[in-house]
Design a protein around this ligand. Sequence first.
Ligand code: IPE
Ligand code: IPE
Ligand code: MG
Length: 240
Amino acid sequence: MNRVKAIPTHVAIIMDGNGRWAKQRGKERSEGHFAGVASVRAAVRAAVRNGVKWLTLYAFSTENWGRPIQEVEAIMELFCRTVVGEGDELARQGVRVKIMGEHTHFSPSVIEMIERIENTTVGGDKLTLVLAFNYSSRREIMLAAQQLAKRVAEGEMSAEEITEESISSALMTSEIPDPDFIIRTSGECRLSNFLLWQASYAEFYFPEVLWPDFDETEFDKALEVYAERDRRYGLVTEES
Ligand code: IPE
Ligand code: IPE
Ligand code: MG
């Protein structure tokens, strides 16, 4: 019997290996980040083509502020340039953009750029592209706990009303389904503070390829890997 190939609703990617890619070529680390933008475009195109509805890309972790200042500045500049420059093309492709992360470190001009791309692309109904920028999953969970504790203290809800659902709704991902498939490029096998709560039943894939070399063919290959997985959620299925 021919089975329909399973396509994940939500693919999340930890875009890793830009620095190593640059180093291998005798270039500055920031050159690797620049090169990585082409892979972002490729991943978006491949996601739309395959009918993936949500694509989350981990672009900058809260811990990444600790990198050398020149690198942080290069990433910030690149982020702003990309956010300003790609809005119209993404809107044309039917892509809605959401920027997820704490906005506290950002200047008013960066916040304005974020609002602009979110507004330009608000009508996109093919794919939602979530850019995790200044994101840390532990802080996200901590902020959710604080928010729920306040509501209990103010008598708006009882402690028993803190459920898996109410915690999920207090996270930055409240509007986003849990990821089905998490890809981390560059062969590293860790989450690095990404979607810890949301990843509980995600499938994982750790290809060796460095992020600037991750093209549409690599994305398609990853979806082939996903289609072979048997997701059991703790139950027993035909295959098991
Ligand atoms: C991922 O590439 C991009 C960011 C973390 C911003 P890296 O910069 O971590 O590249 P490697 O891991 O050092 O090769
Ligand atoms: C994770 O990569 C963060 C992003 C890809 C944005 P890192 O390169 O910062 O993670 P570690 O330091 O290898 O765990
Ligand atoms: Mg890295």
